[in-house]
Design a protein around this ligand. Structure first.
Ligand SMILES: Nc1nc2c(ncn2[C@@H]2O[C@H](COP(=O)(O)OP(=O)(O)OP(=O)(O)O)[C@@H](O)[C@H]2O)c(=O)[nH]1
Ligand SMILES: [Mg+2]
Length: 602
């Protein structure tokens, strides 16, 4: 991978992790997670980035960490071989990381982007109690005694770990802990299992750091028991093993001042252990690198889990939008479509029936039949005027849609208000409404309604017209229908006439009258059947038009609105937009990072 690509990849990963960290900070329950995200970003910036940019393995880094006042600075002094780091009775004295290196050694400092994050290097010695986002490099002169591990390692005396709240000096410690090839975890007899330092130890081990535990300040005789106790109470509950557990019993002031001369029995085992972990140099660094990438990949779900609640809330929002759409569509169907008669279809039926009457000469026959059907026609008119229910007047379409939309919006408001305490997303939605989200929704509705109207246009008119126009346009079918109807009617008329002629001479007037009555009856039955099938046909098209119109409302109005509303929280530069972007590209970028590391190792 090219250097520019490497830089932009590590930069983006670190930025996304930093964004997630900020996001976690805004939720008090995610404080520890915020610290872990900072640590993960620091692994990218301080370990993986420098490696991909060709930084050599030297120097290795050993970080001395632990709870406040545990004895970190004292142990750092032991590693350096002299009383260099200010140890102080005041707990929380060390406030920024201080690195120690031999006086004349050239320190090959990584120049990669984002190395040590926001920590600025001090260009002159300052007390380690200086509380600022800085680090300093102190030189150890030969007069200070033996160099200890300094030949290979930079020794980092770090601030304490007493809280995960990612303000103040904790991020400074996390920066150096991530950088470290070896971590010395100091725990004192007095406070060996405080919650936050123990959680921090867990993170270090989980992320594959080489951790040497250094138990301090116990009575010499109690050392084995303390080690066993610490093992049982703390280390056995960890996700991975520490490299070793060493002890430094309570030191005398003389031993503290000059551990090289006065406490070699405690100092040498620690120094040796660290030396071993630095052998050979390149293997030690590769181990750090592998641990970092391994941790990032295996913990990616865990790292983004600060966004789990947000994703759930976003899904809740989407669900609410979908429910709203269903109700909107349903109201349109209930309040408009089912009551809407589509009068044009009644006219179309009349036209259809007219069309089935014969034109030209056939008119005569049709008129005759019309006369014969009169009793039926009158009876039907009478019944329909008696039985007819007053027309249900349906609300105008737009009015129905607008009130359904208002219902939809009201539902949003109500739900958002009731859920406001459960997740900030709902507050964001409420704020959106205060800032005119409902107006935006209505504007979108108005636009889509116009589109709906244009597309609907004369669709109803056309479908209704098509009912008889289709028949008009296919003369063969029309002729066949007319022919059938006409034939049946002619058969009826002639049949009746024949019946009259035959009945009078044979049976007298009575049956003849019956035969006369038969003619209008049969003509009426044929007419009834024609009307019945015509109606069925028209009704079928009316139903289809309803379904089509419902589909158009969905296509032009409710569906686009649903899509827009679904996306709304994750657009316009909102935090949720960034969240989605981060969640999408984080796994992809991690994969690329692993591939780049694998390629660089070939
Ligand atoms: N007597 C005695 N005092 C010790 C020993 N180890 C540390 N101390 C004292 O305990 C106090 C705290 O030690 P530090 O080494 O400054 O502890 P620290 O972990 O660096 O503390 P902070 O940087 O303030 O978090 C100092 O006054 C040390 O002199 C020890 O073994 N024996
Ligand atoms: Mg200190």
């Amino acid at each position: 991978m090219e250097q520019a690509a490497v830089r932009s990849l590590t930069k983006q990963l670190a930025e996304d992790l930093a964004w997630l960290e900020q996001h976690a900070c805004s939720q008090p329950q995610h404080a520890a997670q915020a610290g872990e995200l900072r640590y993960a970003a620091a692994l990218v910036r301080n370990v993986v980035g420098p490696f991909l940019e060709g930084q050599g393995a030297a120097p290795l880094h050993v970080a001395v960490v632990g709870g406040a006042g545990a004895g970190k600075s004292t142990v750092a002094n032991m590693l350096c071989g002299a009383g260099l780091a200010e140890s102080n009775p005041q707990a929380g004295f060390t406030r920024h990381p201080v690195a120690y290196a031999p006086i004349n050694a050239a320190v090959d400092w990584p120049s990669s982007l984002g190395f040590l994050g926001s920590l600025q290097r001090l260009n002159k010695n300052e007390p380690s109690s200086l509380d600022a986002d800085v680090y300093q490099l102190r030189r150890v002169s030969p007069e200070a005694g033996q160099f200890g591990v300094l030949d290979k390692f930079l020794v980092w005396d770090c601030p304490d770990m007493t809280t995960w709240v990612a303000t103040g000096y904790v991020p400074r410690l996390l920066e150096v802990a991530a950088l470290a090839d070896v971590v010395v975890y100091v725990a004192s007899d007095e406070r060996y299992n405080d919650e936050v330092p123990t959680q921090f130890l867990n993170l270090l081990l989980r992320s594959g750091k080489m951790v040497v535990v250094c138990l301090v300040k116990m009575r010499e005789a109690d050392a084995p028991a303390f080690v066993a106790h610490f093992q049982r109470e703390v280390l056995d509950r960890m996700p991975a093993r520490a490299v070793a557990t060493l002890t430094v019993p309570q030191l005398t002031p003389l031993q503290i001042v000059d551990p090289c001369r006065n406490a070699p029995e405690y100092r040498v085992p620690i120094v040796n252990q660290i030396f071993v972990l630095g052998e050979p140099l390149s293997v030690a660094r590769q181990r750090t690198l592998r641990a970092a990438t391994g941790y990032l990949s295996s913990h990616q779900q865990h790292l983004v889990s600060v966004a789990r609640d947000d994703l759930l809330a976003l899904e809740g929002w989407r669900q609410l939008v979908r429910e709203g759409q269903l109700e909107f569509d349903d109201r349109y169907r209930r309040e408009f479509l089912t009551t809407e008669r589509f009068r044009r279809f009644d006219e179309a039926l009349v036209r259809l029936l007219e069309l089935l009457e014969l034109p030209g000469v056939g008119r005569f026959a049709s008129l005759t039949l019309g006369v014969l059907r009169m009793p039926y026609t009158w009876t039907k008119q009478l019944f329909s005027s008696v039985l007819a229910r007053p027309d249900q007047t349906s609300m105008p379409e737009r009015q129905v849609l607008e009130s359904a939309l208002s219902g939809w919006i009201d539902h949003f408001r109500k739900e958002a208000a009731s859920k406001a305490a459960t997740h900030p997303l709902w507050q964001y939605v409420l704020q959106g409404f205060n800032a005119g989200l409902d107006t935006q929704i209505k504007e979108r509705f108005n636009e889509s309604f116009r589109g709906f109207q244009i597309s609907l246009g004369d669709e109803v008119e056309r479908t209704a017209r098509a009912i008889y126009e289709d028949l008009e346009k296919s003369p063969n079918a029309l002729a066949a229908f007319r022919g059938t109807k006409f034939t049946l009617e002619v058969v009826t008329i002639t049949g009746s006439a024949a019946a009259i002629l035959l009945a009078v001479p044979t049976f007298g007037v009575g049956p003849a009258i019956a035969a006369v009555a038969m003619a209008p009856l049969s003509a009426s039955v044929i007419q009834m059947l024609t009307e019945f099938f015509g109606k069925q046909y028209v009704e079928f098209h009316r139903e289809q038009t309803r379904a089509r119109q419902q589909a158009l409302v969905m296509q032009y109005i409710s569906q686009p609105l649903t899509e827009w509303l679904t996306r709304w929280p994750t657009t316009g530069g909102s935090a949720y937009e960034r969240l989605q972007l981060v969640l999408k590209r984080f796994p992809e970028n991690l994969q690329q990072l692993e591939a780049a590391v694998a390629a660089a190792n070939k």
